[in-house]
Design a protein around this ligand. Structure first.
Ligand code: NAG
Ligand code: NAG
Ligand code: NAG
Ligand code: NAG
Ligand code: ZN
Ligand code: ZN
Length: 576
C-alpha cells in the first residue's frame, strides 16, 4: 500500500518541491512556465475553451468500453492534497478502451477542480466560453506503463473530463452526499468505506458524446502526454453539495486558465450535435442550405408560422399600454463583455454570465443578457443589411441583444415560446438621418450622438483579432452596452412573437425592435464586412401569418392622434 501511494503521488505530484500554486505564491499559473523543467509554456497545453463552431466531427471516435466503472469496491482512499481532492483507485481495477483511443488505459485516480464559496464557477475546460461549476478528471495511464513511461509518451495518459453543473432541481443524490460528507481540510488519507462507484457519480451523462484533443496535464509540470476526453453533457449535482468542496477543504479557485490551441483541432464524437455552423449560409452560391432551404435542416423550425425578421409597419402596429418602460440592469457595467467570437456568420460578443439583466417592457419575466451580435450587408457606402425593415426600409446594420429567461436553462429557453427575448436596434451613420425621410420614418434630429464613437472604436478594434472563423478574443476593453446604445430612446419600440433568425429558427423569441436607430460612424460599421470577409448576413423578411405587432404608447405618441384612436378601435390583425 505504501509503495502504491508513492507511485500515485509521483503521477500527479512530481512537482511539490517546486512550490507552485493557483494564488499566493511565486509560481502562479502565469509563472508555471518558469518552473525549472516544466512544460507549462508549451504549445499543446490544457485546458482549452472548446468552441463548438470550430470543432471537427471524427467518425473514428467510437463508443468507450468501461471496465469496473460500476464497481462499488474500487475506491481506495481520498486525500486533500492542498490543490485538490483526489480519490485514489485500487490498482489495476478500473480501465477503459475504445473512444478512439489506441489501446487500453488504466485509471489510477480522479480529482476535482472548482471555484470558490461565492458560487464562482471553477471548471478547467470551457465550452463556448462557458465555465461550469466544477470539473472531475479521471486520470489514466496507458495499460502496463509506469508513470514515468506514460509521462514520456505523447499518448501515455488519457484523462476523462466531466464538467459538473450546479442544478438546484436535482435531489441531493446519495453518492454525492456520501462523497462530500468525507471532504476535509486535513491532509490525512481518508479511507473510503462508502460504497460508491464512478458511474454513481457520473449519473446520466451520455458517454457517447465527447470532445477529444491532444493536450497536457493541467498542473505542473504540464507534461504534454495527455489525450483529453471532455464529455459534452455535464454531471448535474445540487449546488449545496458542490459548495462543500470549497467550504470543507479550505481550497478555492483551483483551476488553470484556458490555454491557446496553437492550431490544434478539437474533435467531436459522431453523437455530438455540432451547431450547423458550416452547413448553412446566407448565399446559395456558398452552400446547399441558403435561407430558402433552412427549413430542410435537421430539427429546423424555419418554416414555422412565427418566423423573424419582419417588415414592421408603424401604421399597422397596435398600441399596447402594457408595453411599459424597460429596466436595464448593469447595462452600464464596463466589464461585462467576456469574449468576441467570429462564428462564421456573425460577430458575437459574449457577456459574463448572470451579470446583465433586463425586465419590464411588458416582458413579464426577468431576462439575462447572453450576448449581442450584428447583421450587415457589404462594405459599400450605401450598404443596407438590417434584418427587420421599418416601413419597408432596410437600415445599414442591426444589433441584436440576446437574452434568456433567468428562470430557465438555455435548453429549456429555446423550447419555450417566450424563453428568449431579443432587443433589436437598427444602426445607421449620423449622416443618414436626413435620408430617412418617409412619413413614419424614425427622424429624430438629435444632439450629438458622437458620445458613443469611442465605445464603437473599442468594440470594432477586436475584429482584427478574430478574422479566422471560429476564433475568439478575450475582451478586456472597458465598454458597456449603454456606451454602445448611446442616447437612443428606449421607450419607443415594437413588440411581436417571433423566432431566432438563424437555424434552427426556434420560435422562442419575444422580439423588441426599437424605433430609433443607433448612430454609428460609417467607417466603423464597415469594419464588420471588411474584417470578417463575409457579406449579406441577414435573413429575408418572413410572412406575418396572423401575428400582430404591438407598440409602446410612447412609440405611437408621435403619430397623429386620430390615427392612434383609429388603431386602438379597429382590430389589427395583420395577415399576409
Ligand atoms: C454507441 O452507443 C450508442 C448508444 O448506446 C449506440 O446508439 C451506437 O450505435 C453505438 N455506436 C457504435 C459504433 O457502436
Ligand atoms: C473489477 O473489479 C473487481 C472487484 O470489484 C475485480 O475482481 C475485477 O478483477 C475487476 N475487473 C478488472 C477487469 O479489473
Ligand atoms: C498505438 O500504441 C502502440 C503502443 O502501445 C504504438 O506502437 C502504436 O504506434 C500506436 N498507434 C498509433 C496509431 O498511435
Ligand atoms: C405572444 O404569444 C403569447 C402566447 O400565445 C401571447 O399571450 C402574447 O400576447 C403574444 N405576444 C405578442 C406580442 O403577440
Ligand atoms: Zn485535473
Ligand atoms: Zn441576430
Amino acid at each position: 500500500m505504501y509503495i502504491l501511494l508513492t507511485v500515485l503521488c509521483l503521477s500527479w505530484g512530481l512537482t511539490h518541491g517546486a512550490q507552485w500554486c493557483y494564488t499566493g505564491c511565486e509560481y502562479t499559473p502565469s509563472h508555471w512556465a518558469n518552473i525549472e523543467g516544466s512544460f507549462c509554456g508549451g504549445k499543446r497545453q490544457s485546458p482549452v475553451n472548446i468552441v463548438t463552431s470550430n470543432v471537427k466531427k471524427d467518425e473514428h471516435l467510437g463508443n468507450f468500453t468501461f471496465v469496473n466503472f460500476t464497481s462499488r469496491e474500487v475506491f481506495e482512499s481520498m486525500v486533500n492534497t492542498g490543490d485538490t481532492v483526489k480519490i485514489n483507485l485500487k490498482k489495476n481495477m478500473v480501465e477503459f478502451h475504445g473512444g478512439g483511443l489506441n489501446g487500453t488505459y488504466t485509471a489510477i485516480q480522479f480529482h476535482f477542480h472548482w471555484g470558490d464559496t461565492e458560487y464562482h464557477p471553477g471548471s478547467e475546460h470551457l465550452i463556448n466560453g462557458k465555465r461550469s461549476q466544477m470539473e472531475m478528471h479521471v486520470v489514466s495511464l496507458k495499460k502496463g506503463y509506469t508513470t514515468e513511461e506514460a509521462l514520456a509518451d505523447s499518448q501515455g495518459i488519457a484523462v476523462l473530463g466531466f464538467l459538473i453543473e450546479a442544478n438546484k432541481n436535482m435531489s441531493k443524490s446519495e453518492p454525492w452526499m456520501n462523497l462530500t460528507s468525507l471532504l476535509t481540510n486535513s491532509k490525512d488519507l481518508v479511507n473510503l468505506t462508502e460504497a460508491i462507484s464512478i458511474n454513481d457519480l457520473i449519473g446520466t451523462v451520455n458517454l457517447t458524446k465527447f470532445y477529444r484533443y491532444m493536450g497536457s496535464l493541467t498542473t505542473p509540470m504540464c507534461n504534454e502526454a495527455v489525450l483529453w476526453t471532455v464529455f459534452e453533457e455535464a454531471i448535474q449535482v445540487h449546488p449545496e453539495l458542490l459548495q462543500l468542496f470549497p467550504t470543507k477543504t479550505d481550497i478555492t479557485n483551483v483551476y488553470r486558465p484556458t490555454q491557446d490551441l496553437n492550431g490544434r483541432w478539437v474533435y467531436a464524437s459522431p453523437a455530438v450535435q455540432l451547431p450547423p455552423a458550416y452547413e448553412w449560409c446566407y448565399d446559395k452560391l456558398e452552400c446547399e442550405y441558403d435561407p430558402e432551404h433552412w427549413y430542410t435542416l435537421p430539427g429546423s423550425s424555419c418554416s414555422g408560422t412565427r418566423q423573424s425578421p419582419l417588415d414592421i409597419s408603424s401604421k399597422d402596429a397596435v398600441v399596447n399600454t402594457l408595453l411599459d418602460e424597460f429596466h436595464f440592469q448593469n447595462f452600464d457595467h464596463k466589464n461585462a463583455i467576456n469574449y468576441a467570437i467570429n462564428t462564421g456568420h456573425t460577430v458575437k460578443y459574449m457577456l459574463k454570465e448572470d451579470m446583465v439583466e433586463v425586465w419590464g417592457g411588458g416582458l413579464g419575466h426577468v431576462y439575462s443578457v447572453l450576448q449581442f451580435h450584428f447583421h450587415w450587408a457589404s462594405d459599400a457606402a450605401d450598404s443596407l443589411g438590417s434584418e427587420h425593415l421599418y416601413n419597408s426600409k432596410r437600415f445599414p446594420m442591426e444589433m441584436h441583444i440576446v437574452t434568456k429567461r433567468k428562470d430557465l436553462t438555455l435548453d429549456e429557453a429555446v423550447m419555450t415560446g417566450n424563453g428568449l427575448a431579443v432587443l433589436g436596434f437598427f444602426m445607421e451613420s449620423p449622416g443618414d438621418t436626413k435620408n430617412s425621410g418617409g412619413e413614419e420614418m424614425p427622424s429624430r434630429e438629435e444632439t450629438s450622438q458622437s458620445s458613443n464613437t469611442e465605445a464603437w472604436k473599442l468594440l470594432t478594434g477586436y475584429l482584427s483579432d478574430i478574422q479566422k472563423t471560429g476564433t475568439m478574443a478575450k475582451f478586456s476593453a472597458e465598454v458597456s452596452i449603454d456606451d454602445l446604445l448611446g442616447d437612443v430612446d428606449r421607450g419607443m419600440y415594437y413588440r411581436y412573437n417571433g423566432s431566432l433568425t438563424t437555424p434552427s429558427c426556434n420560435e422562442a423569441v419575444v422580439w423588441t425592435v426599437f424605433k430609433y436607430p443607433i448612430k454609428v460612424e460609417k467607417s466603423l460599421m464597415q469594419m464588420f464586412p471588411t474584417k470578417m470577409e463575409y457579406h449579406n448576413v441577414y435573413r429575408p423578411v418572413q410572412d406575418f401569418h396572423s401575428r400582430t405587432i404591438y407598440t409602446s404608447a410612447a412609440a405611437a405618441s408621435n403619430l397623429p392622434t386620430f390615427l392612434v384612436l383609429l388603431l386602438l378601435s379597429s382590430s389589427h390583425v395583420l395577415s399576409e
